[in-house]
Design a protein around this ligand. Structure first.
Ligand code: MN
Length: 185
């Protein structure tokens, strides 16, 4: 069940500058965001709007447009909807200290046979993304990889938007909202 208790227990949003989740803006079409998070280690946070929160995975290598790339995506705590456009510097000493930019965002459609919350519970999600850098189908599959229950795989569906050899993250580091790079924050 999506909920924000882990999000709130891990951080003091008055100190970190992150959204408190107190005023979520619901939309009629679900949205996704990928945030480039330069923290203790650089990673990409992939988030899908499901049941009023952003269900979240940390993707160390970032998403790929090449269907042969299977990207480890580790489930993290649900985030509030107002995290969709969050960019900033989380101060030293706070959880996730480092810089965050909106690497890509846009609406998405559910391509799965079940609704999103059931697909999440079953460990199978298939979505069509309408971003600037990420487009077309992506599958997220829960796996017991390396014995860790939080581990999923993010893989590009082999469709018209797939591009062999385009590993997506290289050469496209800037925010789609502000044009800034992590280093600019
Ligand atoms: Mn992160």
């Amino acid at each position: 069940m999506p909920d924000l208790s882990d999000y709130r227990s891990k951080r003091d949003t008055r100190r970190s500058g992150e959204p408190s989740g107190s005023s979520p803006a619901e939309s009629d079409r679900p949205r996704f965001v990928v945030q480039r998070h330069d923290a203790s280690s650089l990673h990409f946070d992939f988030r899908l709007e499901i049941d009023g929160v952003l269900v979240s995975w940390a993707v160390p290598k970032g998403p790929s447009a090449d269907p042969s790339d299977k990207r480890l995506a580790t489930r993290t705590e649900d985030h509030p909807l107002d995290y969709l456009d969050f960019e900033g510097r989380i101060p030293e000493g706070e959880y996730g200290a480092g810089t965050v930019i909106v690497w890509d965002t846009g609406p998405f459609d559910n391509l799965g046979k079940k609704d999103l919350s059931d697909g999440l519970a079953d460990g199978h999600l298939k979505v069509r993304l309408h971003g600037r850098k990420m487009a077309g189908g992506y599958a997220l599959t829960h796996t017991k990889l390396r014995g860790d229950d939080r581990n999923w795989l993010l893989v590009k569906v082999d469709d018209g938007e797939a591009e062999r050899g385009r590993h997506t993250v290289e050469g496209e580091p800037e925010s789609v909202l502000s044009g800034r790079a992590n280093e600019d924050l």
